[in-house]
Design a protein around this ligand. Structure first.
Ligand SMILES: Cc1cc2nc3c(=O)[nH]c(=O)nc-3n(C[C@H](O)[C@H](O)[C@H](O)COP(=O)(O)OP(=O)(O)OC[C@H]3O[C@@H](n4cnc5c(N)ncnc54)[C@H](O)[C@@H]3O)c2cc1C
Length: 426
């Protein structure tokens, strides 16, 4: 394959690898700081991988990291139950084993990392709303809070301990009685011992937001190199060389050339591929792809729309989250599966999401529920990596796991500050 040198920019320039929520928010924060930005993504549009159909929650109240012996024991117990919220393929791999060892090693930092995550989530709220307002993005945002609900006293009390930890990070959430649960969300059916309600949390469609912000980036002069796969990154003292090829040319059965572009700096925002790209640069970002599933329930009739909730819900026992995306869509997401880069949508993992809807919203039809699976880019300690690489021209904004939608607006601002040395945009 021939290598063609594509362009050699004369001004300082930054490449962003990945057009998911982390990449697009990063590009926006960089261009607003006056940088010359180029985004690369192998898909033709932004937000086509994990940022496509997630749970929709912007949830500081879900900031508790999973590193605990309780999670380890549950994982072992659920290992052979096909519909369990957490599933681990027992086939060993070095990637999985090293990740799990680091997950266990982070258990002593459970509270510290939870508190840091809450703070980041709270900081992200203002950034996200600022970007949406500046770019005029309609992303089906619902500012109605998030309600966690519990069927038993012990589960409710355990959640109280989590609330105390979240409060250390500055989050206010309050206990609610079964009667208050009914008032907060009248559409929810079930017998509950109690709940915890966070009025300041909110929801929205990650795909709509990312797509809207990508358009705004283009308007501000960001070069969007879509349908372009990055094959290799080479960092030296003067800059970064990126080798890439068109994924469209492959489809069109045209000759595929490997092209080469040169930049001053690069920010890796490549989701579950960040580990591979970081290795080539001499860095270690041990992201594991933790699969999750969602269904998007169409609500065509007035009766379905009335029977579906507007307040976002979190069922801690089933590990299911929900968000109402406008009048006619309801998103239900959950489950964690350790099964490598497998992206199959498995019927036995989708069925519990549909059954959960039938249990809690019996008047809402599920006859048109669109299934989806995505890979969460999860670090073993559940903390996103916002950092400089071994080469000072390399930066990372990745590894946001189950909270990429919640946290990206803050981490994008942080990495743009780090890469440019410029304080935040007001
Ligand atoms: C079922 C489910 C529910 C979730 N619910 C929530 C929720 O309610 N709230 C919340 O905060 N978070 C939630 N998340 C997590 C959140 O969706 C993710 O953290 C976030 O989308 C990750 O964004 P990203 O930009 O890191 O990755 P991605 O969106 O996957 O973007 C990475 C991009 O990099 C590109 N790329 C990678 N390698 C290359 C290469 N070599 N060349 C070119 N392009 C490349 C990919 O094509 C991709 O577009 C959920 C996740 C799942 C799976």
């Amino acid at each position: 394959m021939s290598v063609i040198s594509k362009f050699e920019p004369s001004e300082p320039s930054i490449a962003v690898i990945g057009a998911g929520i982390t990449g697009i928010t990063t590009a926006y924060n960089l261009v607003r700081r006056g940088c010359k930005v180029t985004v690369f993504d192998r898909h033709p549009y932004a937000a086509m991988e994990t940022s496509f159909a997630n749970g929709g929650q912007l949830s500081a109240s879900n900031a508790e990291v999973w590193n605990s012996w309780g999670t380890v024991l549950k994982g072992m117990r659920w290992m052979f139950q096909p519909g369990a919220p957490l599933l681990v393929n027992p086939k060993p791999s070095w990637h999985k084993l090293s990740w799990m060892a680091e997950f266990i090693a982070a258990i002593p930092r459970h509270e510290e990392n939870t508190v840091t995550t809450v703070r980041l989530a709270l900081e992200a709220r203002a950034h996200l709303q600022r970007m949406a307002a500046e770019a005029g993005i309609d992303f089906d945002c619902e500012e109605r809070g998030i309600l966690h609900f519990y069927a038993t006293k012990s589960e409710f009390e355990q959640a109280g301990k989590v609330s105390a930890m979240l409060a250390k990070g500055g989050l206010e959430r309050r206990p609610v009685t079964p009667e208050e649960i009914r008032t907060i969300e009248p559409a929810l059916h079930g017998n509950f011992y109690g709940g915890w309600y966070t009025p300041s949390d909110f929801t929205g469609d990650i795909h709509k937001f990312t797509h809207g912000l990508a358009k705004a980036c283009e308007g501000l002069g960001v070069a969007m190199h879509m349908s372009t796969e990055v094959l290799n990154l080479d960092a030296d003292a003067q800059g970064i060389t990126i080798q890439h090829r068109s994924t469209q040319a492959q489809l069109d059965e045209r000759a595929v050339h490997v092209e080469q572009s040169r930049f001053d700096k690069v920010v890796i925002c490549s989701g579950v591929m960040s580990r591979t790209l970081s290795r080539g640069l001499g860095d270690r970002v041990n992201v594991y792809p933790v699969k999750g599933y969602s269904i998007t329930v169409d609500l065509p009739e007035a009766a379905d729309q009335q029977a579906a909730p507007w307040v976002s819900l979190l069922d801690d026992k089933a590990k299911i989250v929900t968000s109402r995306l406008g009048q006619s869509r309801f998103r239900v997401a959950g489950t964690a599966e350790f099964n490598g880069f497998n992206r199959d949508i498995r019927a036995e993992r989708i069925a519990p999401l549909v059954e959960w809807c039938r249990l809690h919203f019996p008047g809402m039809s599920t006859r048109h529920a669109i299934p989806w699976a995505g890979l969460r880019p999860m670090m073993p300690d559940m903390m996103p990596r916002v950092m400089q690489g071994r080469n000072p021209r390399v930066f990372y904004n990745t590894g946001h796991g189950h909270l990429g939608w919640t946290l990206s607006a803050a981490t994008a601002d942080a990495v743009a500050g780090l890469a440019t040395g410029l304080a935040r945009v007001a």
